[in-house]
Design a protein around this ligand. Sequence first.
Ligand SMILES: [Zn+2]
Ligand SMILES: [Zn+2]
Length: 186
Amino acid sequence: MKSIFYFNTFELPRRAGEMKEYELPFDLTEAIGIDVIAVPVGDRIFVDLKIESVKEGVLVTAAVEATAKGVCTRCLDPIELELDRNFIELYRYESGKAHTKAERKRAREEEEDVDEDEELMMEGDEINLEAPIRDCLILDLPINPLCDEECEGLCQICGQKWVDLPDDHAHEVIDARWAGLSGLDF
Ligand SMILES: [Zn+2]
Ligand SMILES: [Zn+2]
């Protein structure tokens, strides 16, 4: 199936300097994120998209808003993280080559703000926004998300949250020989 992130730029005149802006919602058909925290499938993300005609293609400036959901890696409480990320990418015309020296120089200058990863290409009038949206959302996700920097996590023995337990909470270390009896009522 074709990615939901294809956008048709037919409204944008192919004249350098022309510009269009859009506010686009995308309902995710696949989660974006990492194991412990992700924007879940079915959730809606919003992209403020600005597309500009430049000599060699379409320059895309975007602000991506989404809510990532996951769990605190210390206490396992659910957490949500508001994401607000930006990217700038140049989508080159498929056959568009800069012919003159001056054009090539200008192309290089225009690219200085642009990420250096793999080249993105126009596909006819369409651009596929999936890779830059995915990358910019995943890039800053915490590998160990926390409900709070100060989260004290769980007692390793009973699994209760330290924050809910009395200060003197402790477990008696039960001698293995008696462990079998500890569940019985005398
Ligand atoms: Zn926590
Ligand atoms: Zn405990």
